[in-house]
Design a binder for this molecule. Structure first.
Ligand code: FPP
Length: 234
């Protein structure tokens, strides 16, 4: 969700105004996913590196997040959307953690749609935490490194209960993953748009999904192999 700061600067507004408008775009994106039948939406809301921003921007952003959740919980319940968090929510201020817990508890039973917020999230940190947890299991004799596979290791990632992303959208004209779901993105389609996040509407989401639909995902195979595999056997 990139470009909030530039959106605000272009209007002579404080950066936090850009983030505030960005939280409205979150509502749009979630609604768009529901319309399209997309079951998992994961938002990179606060990275492990975002702690380096000025203190007032960090507290403003986390305050906005708590306000958003407080205001939107009833809507999430109404639309049967479950809230999940990946990253290190334990690093967030206690009042923000409390709001997250409240919303998660109220939405825990829903399975149709999942909104996942990446908070204090970074891929490299995720991998290090997974390695530590895996190594502890090896030391306890519950894991055997000789039989470690991707299927085994992925169970130690924050995303253990989620499918890998099919499509990753980054707004604001930047073409980087910036430490977001680096391992899970191995076969994701990447979509970069110049639109700044506060301006990102449902229509922009539909365009991105339409572009995704036209791509051929080969997973290391040839295009011919894929076409043969999708031709029904006679
Ligand atoms: C990047 O734009 C955006 C963020 C670091 C925060 C995103 C947060 C929100 C949209 C609001 C709160 C979240 C939710 C889920 C309600 P930037 O500040 O780096 O923009 P810039 O590159 O133009 O400066």
């Amino acid at each position: 969700m990139d470009g909030n700061g530039r959106w605000a600067r272009a209007r002579g507004l404080p950066r936090i105004e850009g983030h505030r408008r960005g939280s409205n775009a979150v509502r749009e994106a979630l609604q768009g996913c529901r319309d399209l039948g997309i079951r998992y939406l994961t938002l990179y809301a606060f990275s492990s590196e975002n702690w380096r921003r000025p203190q007032d921007e960090v507290s403003g952003l986390l305050g906005l997040l708590a306000t958003y959740l407080k205001k939107e919980t009833a809507e999430l319940v109404k639309n049967r959307v479950r809230l999940r968090v990946i990253g290190r929510p334990q690093d967030l201020p206690e009042n923000v953690q409390q709001q997250i817990r409240r919303t998660m508890e109220k939405t825990a039973a829903f399975t149709e749609h999942t909104l996942t917020l990446a908070l204090s999230y970074g891929s490299r940190q995720e991998v290090i935490e997974a390695i530590r947890a895996y190594a502890r299991e090896v030391a306890a004799g519950r894991e055997d490194p000789d039989t470690c596979s991707w299927e085994v290791f992925r169970r130690y990632l924050y995303t253990r209960d989620m499918p890998d992303p099919d499509l990753i959208i980054r707004t604001s004209g930047e073409s980087r993953l910036s430490n977001f779901l680096m391992l899970q993105a191995a076969y994701s389609e990447l979509y970069f748009t110049p639109v700044l996040w506060p301006d990102f509407t449902r229509e922009h989401l539909f365009e991105a999904v339409e572009a995704f639909r036209k791509r051929e995902r080969r997973y290391g195979m040839t295009g011919d192999q894929l076409r043969d595999a999708s031709t029904p056997a006679t």
